[in-house]
Design a protein around this ligand. Structure first.
Ligand SMILES: Nc1ncnc2c1ncn2[C@@H]1O[C@H](COP(=O)(O)OP(=O)(O)OP(=O)(O)O)[C@@H](O)[C@H]1O
Ligand SMILES: [Mg+2]
Length: 355
């Protein structure tokens, strides 16, 4: 029995606004599931259904072995961290962290022990007497995390908890969080639209679009074998390149190249080819499948460059090291096509074709 299970869950606000459509998933103890998707795809709504902050329209939410559809949020033993922190402004950090424990009438000594332990883990000891107005955004965020940790809940729910932090702080808290939740050994459901967070923190990622789960898999499968064109385009930066190609016999035609479509069974008339910018490299004389492209933009990233080029009427971006001390504009370069790293998608449905 999974610790947290959603079965065919729906949320309808009106016939046209259905932000959660037939979502089923399970999260076990110690699993870190991330809900990843663009703004408005239903991530927060799904989290609020699990927390009981919104009634379910259809389907079941199970925690432990109990259906909690009718259980009010306060009785679900869930700790939720909101994007907006939701701290009490008139209380100190220590007061905010311990509120839920006081409500539970936990002995004072145990409350203090838990607050100290969480404060230590999140490096908040010197801030316990401060009120939220006297703390930075990152410090408030860590207080909100500490408040969730001390409760020892059955499930952790986190809604974009790092989105208000600057890039450096986000990296630090992200690393801390990974370790902290590992130690908790409880199911975690984490909402973000940041793919780096999803890839680094999660044991499983559910990519959501328009209220539906597009793919539910470990991060490396999401990246290496995206289930459809939406997932392929959403995960990876810069975005995967897509080209629509005509098919002929068992090949797809790209300029003068006939690319074999070995493991696709019913080959359509036209097909979408996907190539990640990092999978393209400059060709050497040994390469058999070579593309020719005309450079129109070079962006320096420091360690490497993003090169945009025109290939057979399409624009491609590649990520490579190129000397930048000469003007590449208008120059023609040869790229090796990595047959094993190509992705194929159905033109109509966007579904992945082949392996
Ligand atoms: N109370 C409500 N009444 C009507 N529609 C709502 C309500 N709450 C959310 N919605 C709609 O449901 C959809 C999903 O909203 P939700 O907040 O779950 O998105 P999200 O994926 O969390 O987006 P973001 O990344 O911007 O936070 C949106 O179109 C939103 O307008
Ligand atoms: Mg949201």
């Amino acid at each position: 029995m999974a610790k947290l299970e959603l079965q065919n869950l729906y949320k309808k606000y009106s016939p046209k606004v259905v932000p959660v459509k037939d979502v089923s998933l399970q999260v076990e103890d110690g699993e870190f599931l991330t809900l990843l998707g663009p703004s408005g795809c239903g991530k927060s709504t799904l989290l609020r259904l699990i927390a009981g902050l919104e009634p379910v329209t259809e389907g079941q939410v199970t925690i432990g072995d109990k259906n909690v559809n009718q259980v009010p949020p306060g009785d679900r033993n869930i700790a939720m961290v909101f994007q907006s922190y939701a701290l009490y402004p008139h209380m100190t950090a220590a007061g905010n962290i311990s509120t839920a424990l006081k409500l539970r009438k936990m002995p004072q000594a145990e409350i203090e022990r838990r607050v100290q332990e969480a404060a230590q883990k999140l490096e908040l000891n010197h801030l316990l007497d401060r009120k939220p107005g006297q703390m930075s955004g990152g410090q408030r965020q860590r207080v909100a995390l500490a408040r969730a940790l001390v409760r020892d809940p059955e499930v952790f729910l986190l809604d974009e908890p790092l989105s208000n932090l600057d890039a450096l702080l986000r990296e630090q808290v992200r690393a801390q969080m990974k370790q902290l939740f590992k130690e908790q050994n409880k199911p975690v459901v984490y909402v973000t639209h940041d793919q780096t967070e999803a890839m680094t923190l999660s044991s499983k990622v559910a990519v959501l679009y328009d209220g539906q789960v597009q793919q539910l898999a470990p991060p490396n499968s999401i990246y290496n074998k995206p289930a459809n064109q939406f997932v392929a385009g959403f995960v990876g930066s810069p975005q995967m390149n897509f080209m629509t190609l005509k098919c002929q016999e068992n090949t797809a035609i790209l300029g003068k190249l006939a690319i074999p479509l070995a493991d696709i069974s019913n080959i359509p008339n036209r097909i979408i080819l996907g190539i990640r910018p990092e999978d393209l490299r400059l060709a050497t004389p040994e390469d058999k499948y070579v593309l020719q492209g005309e450079v129109f933009l070079v962006e320096e990233l420091g360690k490497e460059n993003l090169i945009s080029l025109k290939v057979d009427d399409s624009d491609l971006t590649i990520r490579v090291l190129l000397p930048t001390d000469c003007d590449w504009g208008g120059k023609t370069i040869q790229l090796a096509l990595p047959l094993k790293q190509l992705h194929w998608f159905d033109l109509e449905t966007g579904d992945r074709l082949g392996n």
